[in-house]
Design a protein around this ligand. Sequence first.
Ligand SMILES: [Cu+2]
Length: 328
Amino acid sequence: MRPKPLVIVGVLLGALLLPAASAFAGNGGFAPVPPESPNAEGIHQSYLFISIFAFAIFLLVEGLLIAFVVRYRRRTRPRNQDGAQIHGASKLELAWTVGPVLILAVIATFVFVKLPTIQDVPAASAGNRNMVVDVTGTQFTWEFRYPNGAISIDRLRAPLGRTVELHVTAPDWDVIHSWWIPSLGGKIDAIPGKLNKTWFSAKRTGVFQGQCAELCGLYHAKMLADVEVMPAAEFDAWLEERRSQQEAGTSPLGQELWEGSCAKCHGAEGEGGYGPRLTGSALVQNADAVATLLHNGGILMPSVGRDWTDEEIAAVTSYVKEKIGNQG
Ligand SMILES: [Cu+2]
């Protein structure tokens, strides 16, 4: 006996639902990453709430579609003859107009109730002072300046459980970028000349990956960022150490700037890429010439270092001189 078409359709639909479990577990790339900060949690809850309606409407529409295809199929009616003409069902028409309006109102209410927990930076309290970090996006790197003057590139360090307030911007001469670490909150634009604020308060230690979320030029895809959340005491020690290393000229800042800013165009070893080859070049052995170039830009090169501190300029020029200029 041949299986009935409806049975086949049913089995196929069942098979389609199989990935749903892994999607909801967040590990199939179908669902957002698990939230690790209260604001990311608010976004996640809104996502799940809206998903309930989306899924129910999907089942209703597709179910009706299949039911109508079966119920009103041609059967023995000749090919060239129209089917029965059906019109006029005021109650039904009213229902499918009022229903969506109510659903949208419920969703909007939920989201507006959640919005403050997503958007508003929690006020500092006696036991929990906020740490402000200045985040600057430039083509194609992220720079983080901490309250004590410490600087890091492309990796933001943060203390566990403390509110970190991010003041996000881009230099006047750059383009718009977008700061986005999905497990620690939503996107916020880094706009030249404008300061946007966002925040997070990480609930566990670890490294959380992110990506510039605004198409910002040739190497947009290389504009990655991550946040390393450490136990608070470990973070405080790191922050102090980075500050004193910077003063002593022994910090990894030069290497970070090279990798984050220079290497993306000039190649990891300075072998050249979009930008010219630097390995063994006479120019990079001259720290003053490199500093001038970073500050003013070149024919094709943007003035990436115009807003860099003296410490940053010193760190990157000496790194470039030693590691790149002296290579074969
Ligand atoms: Cu970008």
